[in-house]
Design a protein around this ligand. Structure first.
Ligand code: GDP
Ligand code: MG
Length: 292
């Protein structure tokens, strides 16, 4: 939106009995409209480290800060200008009031023309698209090669309430579900296609999204498929796990899925994810692990 137009349009709606009073009221109307607009644009935003890291894939936060600083300076400049013209209009001969108001408009416009919030507006837009994650409960990232059983695990532990949100600025989706154990809750997060490839194969935006994930959680539930029916060898899967450990330095809960087909002796838990009882036990084990 154009701040000059906006402020002047507000001033155009002002009425008064005398020319002098009208000029004064218009000066104040421009000052106040611009100030309230700028104050609204520079309101502090509450973003978590995760959200800031995620948004920094597309937002220049330095520019947002500079826009806010320039906006606040402009409010002060405009206030002084209004003070100056208040005196000038009050002391002007009646016929001069309109000319002095025009002069104020000219100077106010040149101040307001330079106020821009393009990056701030972009930030507010992108912020709306962020995945809605809860900040009040622990988060666990589900990681593993494709087809090992991650979606199956998420579905079994969180029920039908899995929420799919677009991952901003990538083509990827983020899947979030809340697992419950009595009154305890844990947020499980699956990021298909983001964490299942080696670091050097990712593009820049994906890499930044992954940086953001580090702020989100230091807990990883790694799903292993010892049966190798996923199409990846055990070695390949363990190599991915090593990479994740190196990158995140997380606490890791190692789950061997498809335990009906093969077991793995290093896993913290073995589960046939197609079996309800196994999933029930897995849920309790997961909450025990998170609590520690
Ligand atoms: N036999 C068996 N199959 C499983 C198990 N868990 C998942 N699957 C199957 O493995 C395939 C891939 O599972 P999915 O959850 O989509 O894997 P993702 O790519 O890691 O999300 C699906 O056909 C599942 O039905 C399990 O514990 N045992
Ligand atoms: Mg999946």
């Amino acid at each position: 939106m154009d701040l000059v137009d906006y402020s002047f349009r507000k001033a155009s709606k002002v009425t008064a009995r005398t020319r002098q009073e009208l000029a004064l009221k218009k000066v104040f109307a421009v000052r106040d409209a611009a100030r309230s607009y700028i104050e609204k644009q520079t309101e502090p935003y509450e973003l978590s480290e995760f959200e800031v890291a995620l948004l920094s894939t597309s937002i220049d936060f330095g520019k947002v800060r500079r826009e806010a600083a320039h906006g606040r300076t402009s409010v002060r400049v405009l206030r002084r200008l209004a003070d100056e013209y208040e005196i000038m209009i009050k002391h002007a001969p009646k016929m001069e009031a309109a000319a002095r108001l025009r002069s104020f408009y000219g100077r106010a416009a040149s101040v307001l023309k330079r106020v821009a919030f393009s990056e701030t507006e972009k930030l507010r837009e992108e912020e709306k698209k962020l995945p809605r994650l809860r900040k009040d409960i622990p988060a666990v990232l589900i990681v593993g090669c494709p087809n090992v059983g991650k979606s199956q695990l998420l579905k079994q532990l969180t029920g039908s309430g899995v929420m799919v949100a677009p991952y901003p600025f990538t083509t990827k989706q983020i899947l979030v579900g809340v697992a419950r154990n009595g009154h305890d809750e844990v947020q499980l997060i699956d990021t298909p296609g983001l964490l299942d490839r080696p670091a050097d194969k990712r593009n820049k935006i994906e890499a930044r999204a992954i940086t953001a994930l580090k702020f989100l959680s230091s807990r990883v539930l790694f799903v292993l498929d010892a049966s190798e029916t996923c199409g990846y060898t055990l070695d390949e899967q363990l190599h991915l796990l090593d990479g994740i450990k190196e990158e995140f330095n997380p606490r890791v809960f190692l789950v061997n899925a498809k335990a009906d087909l093969a077991s793995h002796d290093k896993a913290d838990f073995q589960a046939n994810l197609l079996d309800r009882d196994d999933c029930e036990k897995l849920r309790r084990a997961l909450f025990g692990w998170v609590a520690h």
